[in-house]
Design a binder for this molecule. Sequence first.
Ligand code: NDP
Length: 250
Amino acid sequence: MFDERSSAPTHPPATWSLAGRTMVVTGGSRGIGEAVVRLAREAGARVAVLDLTPSSAGDCFVECDVTDTEAVNAAFNEVRRTLGPVDSLVNNAGIAPPGRFEQLTDASWEATLAVDLTGVFRCVRSALPQLRERGRGSVINVGSIAGRHRSFTASAAYAAAKGGVIALTRQLAHEFAAEGVRVNCVCPGLVATDIIRRNVTEEQRAQLAAAIPLRRLARPDEVATTICFLATDAASYVTGAVLDVNGGLY
Ligand code: NDP
């Protein structure tokens, strides 16, 4: 029988450092993504931001629409040339159009899935050869409470896309584990970023905060810490996990 005691590590203990790692953060110019970029750089990573809006927060910026396959492929080639092979991919770019089911059109359904779900597929597909290279790849997908339970501020298309992100995470974790590539999902609840500012009034925001057991929305950095943890060796045995960061909201 397998004896865990015989597999005591011979390498340095797991740390929370990201020194020497290359990370890509999609949607890293604002909100949660920007907080991840800042924290990962503080932990020693070299970070590339892929976004529609330019940002100087990372070590390099590549303009990239995650709905455009050619742009995504070109962006990952550019990151490899500039910073070296990608160790960690944070699939954070997202849109969250509001509206009830009856208001959903084919166009709004498809636009939401194109960014929030198919964008994740495109980025993983493009990054995979690099993630495999050093045998320590890590993908962190930003899901949502919308995919776990329901959306409080966005449409059913958003909830469906985020549910898909969770399923994709578990499937890829299984398929990539033998190659040393871990795949996890972080599901924020309600976070004080532009998505919330766009979708709800101040009054609705106060009502939502009152319904959260911790009685407030999250700050972006409170989600970023969990995302960065999953990129480090401290999470070396964590794959296929779906981690809620939601202040106790269900
Ligand atoms: P923000 O709107 O603040 O930031 C999203 C970023 O993604 C922006 O920089 C945006 O660029 C970029 N982006 C949007 N579409 C694309 C695209 N097609 N290609 C590349 N980049 C794109 O949102 P948050 O920080 O709040 O959200 C980050 C993630 O967290 C999303 O996946 C969201 O669904 C998820 N989330 C957020 C919650 C919240 O309450 N805020 C709750 C649960 C999950 P630009 O500004 O130029 O459009």
